[in-house]
Design a protein around this ligand. Structure first.
Ligand code: MN
Length: 745
């Protein structure tokens, strides 16, 4: 506990105009309000809001924000009301506390649709006053720091939300230390084994590197002195989570990372930054391609620095960041630092200060937030929107609205046709035109974020078959196929009749419906219409029809008509946990039976299902089925290279989705290639890691072995794609491993 006086003193140290009374009153009020509450740890509750206020004072924020930190849980958890807060502390603080309370109610890691809606609410809430977000971030930081006493499932949910939403937002606000700490705390709870592995390896690296790093530091000091440059040198080490992320993204081993260790050189002015750079580049050899000048081209969150990497005396790589004191403050405090500097310069001008929150609004971090919300409203450039948010969660989605403001979340590239089917199948089936943002637009337009879509329907209207190719969502595609099936059937029938008539004419034989009716028993089809459609689809040779009517007719040898494949191995489909939606022209109705049923039914009967031979698909990955003569439906991951072969045969593609039952204990095969340095016990350690990660080794094959490296293929059985990625990252983090990747056909 730091006590009321200490907090007030801390704030007045960076803000001489502090309203000491206001902060003291907020402190006393919150302490009193939470008097009878305890935290999960058994400590008194008030230590939480107090710690939040302290974090906000580290960010050197204004009085209203500090007071909000103290009061942020009072409306939600105590008898306090917005009205009372307004009366005691003013409207501004009342609105801030209310904003934070509303954010607390948003569960951001839930079902996708709700998540999108909640994310939108979050952005709109924080854009009206960004201080709400700063308080929320401080609140989250303190909760993450003190999570041991929380229930394990809550702990995971909060860590995930922090990793996916709040840490990126802290980064976007330019508060780097806050982002790093939030990520690291989440990482620790989300991937405890990985966290431990990396922490251990960092410790051992540190041991072997310390001397070398000190050597570089000493030489750097000497050189700076020699050139008369006044600068502060601090050393830094990369956090476990950012190491993990780099290893995951770039598929490299820990030792190959350039920037685990480094120095920051902090100078008094920009000119000195470039002088320091010159000194460094004449003293050490540099790593090509690692030089970046964010001073002349700042990042979009105002970050400025020069980055360069040198090769040290033992060939170890050391990253150097060079920046001024001002740039350093911006890098660490982001949007918060912005107010500070703005303030001093404004003060010099006229001696009077504009309100703090207006200053916050001048920063580019705040501008970013505003833009984001405007994009959500106006629907500008979705790519840019997503690049800016960098919240990977929402990368494949567009947010669109109905005329009454309902949110419809669609995949990227979706059209008003998808939109109509997402609202209701009947609306999709009967729609014939649309308006986007009040203007008539073609139904094939790609929707953008924020589009408001109005669909016009006409009863009796039915969708043209071509829409199936235009629609993006499975729901729309399936519905269009269903609706157009009858029409397609008719087309095939017409075509078949045409082919038969022509065939008979060529053979110089007469044909009539009556004649066919009489000889139907000689054909597998049950009705005349079926004969026509079968011929139209190419399932029945015209020659066979002629032979049925004229048994003496000498047909050219024709391939036997393919009979329906019986589903002997349909257990396979069941075992794979796949459910099929296939209502192409060749099938009957779409089956929607229970999990036990094989959900394909139709003219051809159930089709056998199997995975592509090399590198099967895993749950969590998008998959596609390819109709393969003699084999049935072969499942490929959507990124499989082998799929290129079928690019020009769209009629063979089948829309399939996973239908894994919750709690299913089904494992799936995956293949990885691992290259290790030849060290005793390598394989045993990899096998142990795989076992500990709850995966099975199904087969193992040495591919190549030379004096230094061994390359092997390991067949695994895993739960899903996330499970596989976790295992790959775990293996990659091992010292004995040089390279590891998934093998796919
Ligand atoms: Mn709180």
């Amino acid at each position: 506990m730091m006590g009321r006086q200490e907090l007030v003193d801390r704030v007045s140290r960076y803000n001489p105009d502090t309203n000491r009374d206001l902060i003291a009153r907020a402190y006393d009020y919150a302490e009193e309000a939470h008097k009878h509450q305890k935290r999960k740890s058994g400590e008194r509750y008030f230590i939480h809001p107090e710690a939040v206020a302290r974090i906000l004072s580290e960010l050197k924020l204004d009085d209203a924000t500090i007071a909000t930190g103290l009061l942020h849980d009072t409306i939600e958890d105590t008898k306090a009301t917005r009205k009372e807060i307004n009366e005691l502390f003013g409207e501004e603080i009342g609105a801030l506390v209310d904003g934070v309370t509303k954010l607390d109610a948003l569960d951001l890691v839930t079902k996708k649709a709700e998540q999108a809606e909640n994310f939108r609410k979050l952005l709109i809430a924080i854009s009206s006053d960004v201080r709400v977000l700063l308080v929320k971030l401080a609140d989250r930081l303190h909760n993450m720091r003190t999570m041991e006493h929380m229930r394990a499932d809550r702990r995971l949910a909060i860590s995930r939300e922090t990793m996916e939403i709040y840490a990126p937002l802290a980064g976007r606000m330019g508060i780097q230390w806050l982002r790093d700490e939030l990520e690291d705390l989440s990482f620790r709870w989300l991937h405890p084994e990985a966290y431990e592995t990396i922490t251990k390896r960092l410790a051992s690296l540190r041991k072997s590197y310390t001397g070398l790093i000190q050597e570089v530091e000493k030489e750097l000091h000497l050189k700076l002195e020699e050139y008369g440059i006044d600068a502060l040198v601090t050393s830094r080490e990369k956090k476990p989570y950012s190491i993990w992320r780099k290893m995951e993204n770039r598929q490299i081993a820990l030792e190959q990372l350039c920037d685990i260790y480094g120095f920051r050189v902090i100078t008094g002015n920009v000119e000195d930054c470039y002088r320091v750079l010159g000194v460094i580049h004449t003293t050490w050899q540099i790593v090509p391609g690692r030089f970046k000048d964010y001073i002349s081209v700042p990042k979009s969150n105002d970050y400025q620095s020069i980055h360069t990497t040198i090769i040290g005396p033992e060939r170890q790589r050391v990253e150097l960041q060079i920046r001024t004191k001002h740039m350093h403050e911006i890098a660490e405090y982001g949007i918060a630092a912005h107010t500070l500097y703005k303030e001093t310069s404004t003060r010099e001008g006229n001696g009077r200060l504009p309100p703090k929150h207006e200053l916050l609004q001048d920063s580019s971090a705040y501008q970013w937030l505003r833009q984001l919300v405007d994009m959500l409203r106006e629907g500008d450039n979705p790519e840019e929107f997503l690049e800016h948010t960098r919240l990977e969660l929402f990368q494949d989605q567009v947010f669109t609205f109905t005329p009454n403001g309902g949110l419809i979340v669609l995949p990227h590239g979706a059209t008003p046709i998808d939109f109509a089917y997402a609202v209701h199948t009947d609306i999709g089936n009967t729609c014939y035109s649309c308006k986007i943002n009040g203007r008539p637009m073609p139904l094939v337009t790609s929707l953008k974020n924020g589009d408001e879509v109005e669909i016009n329907c006409a009863p009796g209207h039915s969708p043209p078959a071509a829409w199936e190719k235009i629609a993006v969502t499975g729901k729309a595609k399936a519905a269009i196929r269903r609706a157009t099936r009858a029409a397609i059937q008719e087309q095939y029938g017409r075509l078949g009749r045409e082919m038969i008539t022509q065939g008979f004419a060529l053979a110089d034989l007469s044909f009539s419906n009556d004649l066919l009716e009489k000889k139907l028993f000689r054909l597998p089809q049950g009705s005349m219409e079926e004969v026509f459609t079968a011929v139209g689809r190419g399932e029945l040779e015209v020659d066979l029809v002629i032979s049925a009517l004229y048994p003496d007719y000498e047909a050219k040898p024709a391939p036997a008509s393919k009979t329906a494949q019986r589903p002997e191995n349909s257990w396979l489909g069941k075992a794979m946990g796949l459910r099929f939606r296939w209502v192409g022209a060749n099938t009957g109705t779409m089956a929607s039976g229970g999990p036990e049923a094989i959900p394909i039914r139709g003219a051809k009967g159930d089709l056998p299902i199997r995975f592509a031979p090399k590198g099967g698909a895993l749950p969590g990955e998008r998959i596609v089925g390819i109709m393969t003569p003699g084999e049935g439906i072969v499942i490929y991951p959507i990124h499989a290279k082998a799929l290129q072969r079928f690019d020009d045969q769209p009629e063979r593609w089948v829309d399939v989705t996973w239908d894994i039952q919750p709690g299913s204990r089904e494992r799936f095969p995956a293949l990885i290639s691992v290259t290790t340095f030849n060290m005793p016990g390598s394989l045993a350690r990899i096998a142990q890691l795989i076992g500990e990660a709850d995966a099975n080794i199904d087969k193992l094959r040495m591919v190549r072995r030379d004096s230094d490296f061994t390359e092997m293929l390991i067949g695994l059985e895993v739960w899903d794609i996330k499970h596989l990625n976790r295992i790959i990252s775990g293996i990659r983090a091992m010292k004995i491993v040089n390279r590891v990747f998934r093998v796919q056909g």
